[in-house]
Design a protein around this ligand. Sequence first.
Ligand code: SF4
Ligand code: SF4
Length: 135
Amino acid sequence: MKKKKLVLSFPEKIVTKPLTYKLVKEFDLEFNILRAEITPDVEGKMLIELRGDDEQINRAIEYLENNKVSVQEAGKDIIIDRESCVDCGECTSVCITGALSLDKKSKKLVFDRDECILCELCIDSCPLKAIKVKM
Ligand code: SF4
Ligand code: SF4
């Protein structure tokens, strides 16, 4: 059995379609939602873990992409360049999961990797370009 972490981005028109349910029903996969931010009429993001046969996982990814869901492997990582960062907190305002925050006491930027869903919204928010994605 293979495991794969994927980031799914749902465009607003299909955000309420029960596509993920089909992953279990039609592709016989175990499905675990690690993070989700889905609001009707707005783009949705979901970090999922799929477990199952390799071929079935690939077929499921194809199925999602055919239904206009953007699928990315969550093998990436967010890197903060601490030398460039001035702890302005700008990036925390776009981070929907709270993975980026300012420590109340030290006022320094804190990154909680476990909370990060790799949505990449923070990248463009940093005026100093201190946030990057490591592939
Ligand atoms: S990619 Fe950036 S904005 Fe998105 S969850 Fe991770 S830290 Fe927050
Ligand atoms: S926006 Fe950039 S400079 Fe400001 S806290 Fe975030 S990473 Fe640091």
